[in-house]
Design a protein around this ligand. Structure first.
Ligand code: 4AD
Ligand code: MG
Length: 435
């Protein structure tokens, strides 16, 4: 029996007879030759089947095989510079596992399909080359993020998904029924628990799904997204910015190192990514507002950036930028006010270039117990739910902070995608819960 391999390993088996299981991606025919292209999840392999060298029924079954039928091909691998991937197989045998019926053919064909159709068929759309490339870049980004924190003294401490209170404001909470009529909310961020973990471990990160009942139908919003959140005891805003910059540069570098092929499939202009180097320009919110007004935005001091504002701002720079010291009133209850200017908070957003906008939000947390209590009241938050959080300020409080990076926004930017819906296998959005 020939050895079973994957297409990704073809280079190690040149001039050997092997077998590869997969799906029929495409089929070209010309008289006495058919060229099935096999897909196995690791790559594409062009195969060559000659009528004269195969039993009649084997050749005929291949010749009429339908897209996405599952099969095992056997044959000798050859180096072939002109073939996609650089190898070709001369088929000597085929086993068809399932032939997709002509009556009910695979719905996604090489012709153009509308976005809604593709989203309805997301479970199949994932087999396309472009989707494949995006998900592989996503994997590389997540791996790089983890490697960065693992390599810089952070302990992974994951945080709960069912929570009794809001973290990022009460307007975007998903409610769930817990037991005995108790309400629980799907977490918007692991940050508050991360703060407890940081007081226990010093430097921590959590990495998991987070939920926002966002009624906004934009190219940047999902209702379920993955966020990595580092949190550091004894860190001030400058240190938080330093870590955010270093991590982003590391992640982009790792993707450039390992995912060139995928970026090529996505037609990503990698020269743009190669410019992501230190230092990222640093602007205060005040400066950003002035800049925006000069570029025609209607923004007034005191309001948050709109998506359009982020686009205007980031199109002026080649690297991500860091905007800090937003008005305290528009930020979450836990944000530390600037001691010399309390109307602004020690928070920072990192905005990606090319119009992608906010990928990271974070900053220094209030560590003074009295001020924290006041803020919880001002924000009408239920004090009982925060007793444990207030404890962190009673027992050895220290300046601390961290940030959260939304993985899907980061993938959209690095892959150069128009919309976050393609950055996750099964996106959850305002009007999309299926498949
Ligand atoms: O700015 P946000 O709301 O910050 C926090 O949640 C902090 N508690 C994080 C922290 O300091 N530990 O969200 C952080 C990031 C955003 O910059 C964005 O990348 C992403 O999470 N994000 C979303 N991504 C997709 N869809 C949404 N609806 C998102 N909301 C936030
Ligand atoms: Mg934010």
């Amino acid at each position: 029996m020939p050895e079973r391999i994957t297409i990704a390993d073809a280079a190690k088996h040149v001039d050997e007879v092997v077998e590869i299981p997969g799906w029929l991606y495409n089929l070209r025919k010309s008289g006495k030759i058919v060229f099935p292209i096999l897909r196995d999840g690791t790559g594409l392999l062009q195969c060559v089947a000659l009528k004269n060298e195969l039993p009649e029924e084997v050749f005929e079954s291949l010749k009429h095989l339908t897209q996405e039928s599952s099969l095992i091909v056997r044959g000798k691998l050859r180096a072939e510079a002109r073939a996609p991937g650089g190898f070709e197989m001369d088929i000597s045998g085929v086993e068809i596992l399932q032939r997709v019926s002509e009556e009910d053919p695979y719905p996604i064909t090489p012709k153009e399909h509308g976005v809604e159709f593709l989203m309805d068929h997301r479970h199949l759309w994932l087999r396309s080359q472009r989707q494949h490339a995006i998900i592989r870049v996503r994997h590389a980004i997540i791996k790089a993020v983890r490697d960065y924190f693992d390599g810089h003294g952070f302990t992974l401490v994951d945080t709960p998904i069912f929570t009794p209170a809001a973290c990022e404001g009460t307007t975007t909470l998903f409610e769930a029924n817990y037991f005995d009529d108790e309400k629980a909310y799907l977490t918007q961020s692991g940050q508050l628990y991360n703060e407890a973990n940081a007081m226990a471990f010093g430097k921590v990160y959590c990495f998991g799904p987070t939920f926002r009942a966002e009624k906004s139908k934009t190219r940047r919003h999902l209702t379920e997204f993955w966020m990595v959140e580092p949190e550091m005891a004894f860190a001030d805003l400058e240190e938080i910015k330093r870590v955010a910059e270093e991590m982003v540069i590391y992640v982009v570098g790792r993707v450039l190192e390992s995912k060139r092929e995928e970026l090529k499939v996505l037609e990503r202009d990698v020269t743009k990514l190669e410019k992501v180097t230190s230092p990222f320009p640093r602007l205060s919110y005040d400066e950003a507002v002035k800049n925006l007004q000069q570029h025609g935005s209607e923004i007034q001091w005191g309001s948050d950036f709109g998506g359009g504002d982020e686009t205007i701002l980031t199109q002026q720079f080649e690297t991500p930028i860091m905007v800090d010291r937003f008005p305290t009133v528009i930020k979450a209850f836990y944000m530390a006010p600037d001691p010399v200017r309390p109307e602004v908070a020690l928070g920072v957003d990192v905005l990606a270039p090319e119009g992608y906008g906010e990928i990271i939000g974070g900053g220094q947390r209030i560590h003074d117990p009295e001020l924290l209590l006041r803020r919880i009241e001002e924000h009408n938050l239920p004090k009982e739910a925060f007793d444990w959080y207030i404890d962190l300020r009673k027992y050895g409080t220290v300046p601390h902070g961290g940030f959260g990076m939304g993985i899907e926004r980061c993938v959209a930017w690095i892959c150069g995608l128009e919309h976050v819906r393609e950055t996750i296998a099964f996106p959850r959005m305002l009007y999309r819960l299926r498949p």
